[in-house]
Design a protein around this ligand. Structure first.
Ligand SMILES: C[S@@+](CC[C@H](N)C(=O)[O-])C[C@H]1O[C@@H](n2cnc3c(N)ncnc32)[C@H](O)[C@@H]1O
Length: 199
């Protein structure tokens, strides 16, 4: 199968209107919202990893979380910071590469909406080690990625349930993996996996 073409993130965010990016959505992802509700999590110290347009970080801040938001692209961080200024002040935005992170944990929850699936298989191990290192014991990783039910084509790597289990064991315990969709991004909605893991 052809390897996915992963964008030059900095060039992308520098040049594009973020509202036109296929993953842009103002609402908190419904799978994250449902998991927070069922776990009764409300005001924790959280990391929105690969925040991009910053919409998930903003939605989390509005719900009362103490939010750090990171991205490898400085332009993404500057645009997200400007977006957050009026409606959700107090988010700490940081330029950071999760594969060589300088972030300081521990976090109670880390959100990954569309980051893990941009990494080639050989980069997954450093990702897992770094994410795990940033979580407190008992903390959660909520991860949403393209699933292998999504036909090959444009976009990121397609991830199977087995790849999630293999990549994260033994660092994090898999509590749930279920089929979902990335709503409102492309038509038809791309098949996704929603994964809840715990340290
Ligand atoms: C598909 S976008 C998702 C953005 C955002 N989470 C959302 O749902 O709107 C993937 C994001 O991961 C960021 N990213 C890619 N590689 C990264 C890395 N090594 N460290 C941190 N962020 C990274 C990109 O800049 C991009 O913003």
């Amino acid at each position: 199968m052809e390897e996915p073409k992963i964008p030059d993130w900095e060039a992308l965010y520098r040049e594009q209107d973020v509202e036109k990016l296929p993953w842009f959505t103002k609402e908190l992802d419904p799978d994250f919202a449902a998991a927070l509700k069922s776990l009764k999590l409300r005001s924790e110290h959280v990391l929105d990893l690969g925040t991009g347009p910053g919409t998930q970080a903003i939605a989390l801040k509005k719900l009362g979380f103490d939010v750090v938001a990171s991205d490898i692209s400085e332009s993404a961080i500057l645009k997200a910071e400007a977006r957050a200024k009026k409606t959700a002040p107090g988010i700490r935005f940081v330029k950071d590469d999760i594969l060589a992170t300088r972030l300081q944990g521990p976090f109670d929850i880390i959100f990954d909406r569309g980051i893990f699936h941009v990494f080639a298989p050989e980069k997954r191990s450093p990702y897992v080690q770094n994410v795990s290192g940033l979580l407190k014991k008992g903390g959660y990783l909520m991860l949403k990625c393209f699933s292998d039910k999504e036909p090959a084509g444009e976009g990121p790597y397609r991830i199977s349930e087995e790849e999630i289990r293999r990549s994260f064991s033994p660092a994090l315990q898999v509590l749930e993996i279920r089929a979902s969709f990335f709503k409102g991004i492309r038509q038809p909605d791309p098949h996704a996996l929603f994964c809840l893991l715990q340290k």
